[in-house]
Design a protein around this ligand. Sequence first.
Ligand code: FES
Length: 143
Amino acid sequence: MALYSEKVMDHFRNPRNVGVIEDADGVGEVGNAVCGDIMKIYLKIQDDVVADVKFETFGCGSAIASSSMATELIKGKPLSDALKLTNQAVTEALDGLPAHKLHCSVLAEEAIRAAVKDYYDKNGIPYDPAQFPDCGHCEGCST
Ligand code: FES
């Protein structure tokens, strides 16, 4: 069996929603201190819905595929859904990742959460801090 699914290879070779949103409403950046990879997510929010999302990833192929799939999963969805996106959901949508690459999908989940938090903070929108726990997955992560 191939190490990577066809979906992973497709999203790695043709990543969706790559780029920057200059006037983003929320930006989230997270990093994994172990592998040194960094992921940045830009959100445009309209009426509590993710109207647009883009990402930049300085990371491995699995990180690129994970961020691409994650942006597809939250685009056009309510913010509450974006907040609930888990790395398991991203991994399942990619038809799996090798065990030693699962942490790459965690970066996507965390970057989205950090971008939503940034949006809430910038707009003075109250939220329950418990929604943004320090997940502890990524050593050295500042969010
Ligand atoms: Fe670092 Fe994949 S090896 S995100």
